[in-house]
Ligand binder design. Structure first.
Ligand code: ASP
Ligand code: MG
Length: 406
């Protein structure tokens, strides 16, 4: 008998029929003698719908109120699944994040989980019930509802699995595993049977939408065995392993990309100590995450150009902040570009292979794709290019690095 945490994403619970199918699958595991905790997303499209309603009222809704609103989507699906299980004579109980006591910090809309009280859940399991928990939400120390950021129910599932010391955390989604790249962009993308935890972490942080990054971080921290599988097709999915060897003996495990990028440049700032801090301090204070940073030597002496990237959602605010400080900084001009994307090659095999970067740059050059920014780490190389070249860039690299299915 094992304790399994299963998380079902929005498309898997997108209709009553699909919720019924999930109930069938859960019941199968119960019949095999396992204890099952289910973590759910809202029905597909529901969180966006709610967000749309809020934005009709206020372009930037109050984060606390937004959490009260957005958390309702998951409350619908947990209740419906519990009913579907009960209808199949499979005893189940649903819980919101607050009921379980998924304690988070108070950073509304991007809260972090601090602690989970597994006692109540464990008691239900021991009494032979399936426990169905709302993903994506928690409660802070003041009793306010929080949400964990888009895609956050993956993180809920992994955190719950860690708290309960589950034997496996299964993430059921609309794809049957982790692919070498997004099959919607490259139809020849191949499913990976295994991927190392480190690679998965990079893929997620670089734009792969299969798992929310925090869920992977959590899995790493608490060594939660994680598997990504389809709720529509039976199969083994992709196992995230904790070995650090490249499992597939390839240089590159996959290609991640992100359309959520924007870049900002401050031109002609004085080239002196403290300037980078002066620029990024207010950006950080506004809770805006900065990704790549490049500081160039400017054409004019004693000045420099400073470029960095942020999430596209933060672009307008970042630009506002820079515009407001440009004068004090003594900057010549502030420029922004929100029509860029980032493509990254990821693989632990990269460590032992030289020349991956030059091969990558060569491929892009052959297609006439101009590289605007570059950043590297031990197991990844990222480039920023114009948005219009995304598909071409991904497909070219996928082919060049031999990732395609045979
Ligand atoms: N319903 C939330 C979202 O759409 C959380 C999730 O699906 O993981 O982002
Ligand atoms: Mg999701």
């Amino acid at each position: 008998m094992a304790l399994i945490v299963q998380k079902y994403g929005g498309t898997s619970v997108g209709s009553v029929e699909r919720i019924t199918a999930v109930a069938e699958r859960v019941q199968r595991w119960v019949t095999l003698g396992h204890q099952v905790v289910v973590v759910l997303s809202a029905m597909s499209g529901e969180t966006d719908r709610l967000l749309g309603l809020a934005k009709q009222i206020q372009p930037r809704p109050e984060p606390r109120e937004l959490d009260v609103l957005l958390s309702t989507g998951e409350q619908v699906t947990i209740a419906l699944l519990s009913m579907a299980l009960a209808a199949r004579e499979c005893p189940a109980r649903s819980y919101t994040g607050a009921q379980v006591q998924i304690l988070t910090d108070s950073a509304h809309n991007k809260a972090r989980i601090r602690d989970i009280d597994g006692a109540r859940v464990q008691a239900d399991l021991d009494a032979g019930r399936v426990v169905v928990i709302a993903g994506f939400q928690g409660i802070d120390e003041h009793g306010d509802i929080t949400t964990l950021g888009r895609g956050g129910s993956d993180t809920s599932a992994v955190a719950i699995a860690a708290a309960l010391k589950a034997d496996e955390c299964q993430i059921y989604t609309d794809v049957d595993g982790v692919y070498t790249t997004d099959p919607r962009v490259e139809p020849r993308a191949r499913k990976l049977d295994r991927i190392t935890f480190e690679e998965m972490l990079e893929m997620a942080s670089l734009g792969s939408k299969v798992l929310q990054i925090r869920s992977v971080e959590f899995a790493g921290k608490y060594q939660v065995p994680l598997r990504v599988l389809s709720s529509f097709i039976d199969g083994e999915g992709t196992l995230i392993t904790f070995e650090d060897e490249s499992v597939e003996d390839a240089k590159i495990a996959g290609i991640a990309f992100s359309r959520d990028e924007a870049k900002l440049t401050v031109l002609g700032v004085p080239d002196q100590p403290g300037v980078a801090h002066q620029i990024l301090g207010p950006i950080a204070a506004a809770n805006i995450e900065v990704d790549m940073i490049i500081q160039n030597v400017g054409a004019q002496e004693a000045t420099t150009d400073f470029t960095f990237t942020v999430h596209r959602n933060d672009y307008a605010r970042a630009l506002e902040i820079l515009d407001a400080m440009a004068h004090t900084l003594g900057a010549r001009q502030v420029l922004g570009d929100a029509k860029i994307v980032k493509i990254s090659l990821v693989g632990v095999g990269m460590r032992s292979h030289a020349g991956i970067a030059s091969q990558m740059f060569g491929c892009l050059a052959k297609e006439g794709i101009n590289i605007r920014m570059i950043s590297t780490s031990e197991i990844k190389i990222s480039v920023v290019i114009d948005e219009k070249y995304l598909e071409l860039g991904v497909r070219t690299l996928h082919e060049a690095f031999g990732l395609a299915a045979d």
